[in-house]
Write a protein that binds this ligand. Structure first.
Ligand SMILES: Cc1cc2nc3c(=O)[nH]c(=O)nc-3n(C[C@H](O)[C@H](O)[C@H](O)COP(=O)(O)OP(=O)(O)OC[C@H]3O[C@@H](n4cnc5c(N)ncnc54)[C@H](O)[C@@H]3O)c2cc1C
Length: 396
């Protein structure tokens, strides 16, 4: 069994809900991640794309490696990685088609980061061990039909009622919704705009919470997406996380981390695409010589390698800056912008270097090209990253 070969305990071992960190070096963790990518995730890619599901053995491997809790502190059952360690891990895991990532990343990303920043001890104790172990899958419910890039326009309401709250509204394209075990919902409790929004952590089994059917997507399959309707969903008073009116601030506060995570992931995916392009260029012969000897194909690969290297360096340097408390939001936005746009160019070039083979369904490059596209839209589109970068520049 692949998992046994790679050593399931290389990231740590689980004692009940608590992850016990092994004394091995970070290098051993990265080696285990490489093995996970090569023996479990890459072999499962075609199946994940066809079935739009994370296979049980891949999910078990992600849990065994503690990935659901990468940035949740060890005291709450996670691995408690630094941003630099997390970026290094994403560079490795980025080599696999990224659909699997969404299944674990929201647990230690959006949902857990809000609880860590503003949750009460009781809220942390209730949710974080589940999230860190992957026993429950988290969803981050911000976007709505009328509120995408302009999240402050959201219309879902949370109305005080007796000793609790009543939720009404429509959340759109919620990743992991079909298998949700915890919802972090942004809802309007006060007036208009960003200051009227609060965060709530709740159980999706609450009456009045309806998860709609899966939405088919172009790529990133196995990260299932669906809308969620709230119809007079009654939740307890202690579902509110942080103070009333702080919700959007809390949601946006975690974005620097998410953006660096995606920059590193995109650099890893570029490296994978370049490997695919290199292998094809060496294998395929036209006009009596390998494509690898055609200057035009060499240039495609060289431009791609240069951009992948730049994205790698940006992600690592800015991850260190975040650990040292000197990261500026515009820098995280610049890294996400550059890496995801460069990934689009690299995917396009590598597909071109494959000729018709790259366009045909079933080739890895065709799948990765579709997967890569959404990274320029998620967690702030490229246009929104440009606004953040420009504002940082102009206000300095
Ligand atoms: C696969 C997938 C999974 C998702 N998962 C989640 C999830 O789990 N939780 C969640 O809350 N949301 C999720 N989303 C929603 C995602 O966050 C939004 O799609 C994203 O924020 C963009 O919003 P929008 O799609 O409504 O586009 P819009 O905001 O309508 O933007 C359309 C276009 O206009 C541009 N634009 C908008 N405003 C400006 C401006 N001021 N200046 C310049 N250009 C502008 C945008 O960049 C874009 O190119 C998911 C989306 C997808 C596709």
């Amino acid at each position: 069994m692949a998992l046994a070969r790679m050593g399931a305990g290389d990231f740590g071992t689980r004692d009940g809900g608590r992850m016990i960190r092994n004394p091995e070096t970070h290098a051993a963790r990265l080696a285990a991640a490489r093995a996970l990518v090569d023996t479990v995730l890459i072999p499962a890619e075609a199946r994940m794309d066809a079935e739009d599901r994370l296979p049980d053995e891949a999910r078990a491997a992600l849990r065994a490696h503690g990935l659901f809790g990468i940035s949740i502190p060890e005291t709450h059952g996670g691995l408690g990685l630094t941003m630099e360690e997390e970026a290094e891990l994403m560079l490795v895991l980025g080599r696999a088609a990224p659909g699997f990532r969404a299944v674990y990343a929201l647990n230690s990303g959006g949902a857990a980061q809000i609880l860590l920043r503003a949750g009460t001890e009781a809220q942390k104790r209730r949710w974080l061990p589940w999230l860190a172990s992957g026993e429950r899958i988290a969803c981050f419910c911000l976007s709505e039909p009328g509120a995408g890039s302009d999240a402050a326009a959201l219309a879902t309401t949370a109305r005080r009622d007796g000793d609790g709250w009543v939720l009404d509204g429509h959340k759109r394209w919620v990743t992991n919704a079909p298998e949700a075990g915890m919802l972090m919902v942004m809802a309007r409790t006060g007036g208009e705009g960003a200051r009227g929004i609060s965060a709530f952590a709740l159980d999706p089994a609450t009456p009045g919470v309806h998860v709609l059917p899966d939405q088919p997507k172009m790529g990133m399959r196995s990260a299932r997406v669906a809308d969620i309707l709230f119809e007079k969903a009654r939740i307890p008073a202690d579902a509110l996380v942080g103070a009333e009116g702080e919700g959007l601030k809390l949601a946006l506060a975690g974005l620097d981390k998410v953006r660096l995570h995606l920059a590193a992931l995109s650099a890893g995916l570029m490296e994978r695409l370049i490997e695919e392009g290199r292998a094809h260029a060496l294998r395929r012969t036209q006009f009596g010589r390998p494509l690898a000897e055609q200057p035009a194909i060499m240039a495609l690969l060289a431009d791609s390698a240069a951009e992948a290297l730049a994205a790698r360096c940006m992600a690592l340097e800015l991850a260190r800056a975040r650990d040292e408390g000197r990261l500026r939001p515009a820098e995280a936005a610049a890294a996400k912008l550059f890496a995801t746009e460069a990934l689009g160019r690299v995917a396009d070039r590598v597909l071109q270097a494959h000729g018709g083979e790259g366009y045909m369904q079933g080739s890895a490059v065709e799948r990765l090209y579709r997967d890569a596209r959404v990274l320029r839209i998620l967690d702030g589109t490229s246009e929104i990253q440009r606004l953040v970068v420009a504002r940082g520049l102009l206000s300095a």
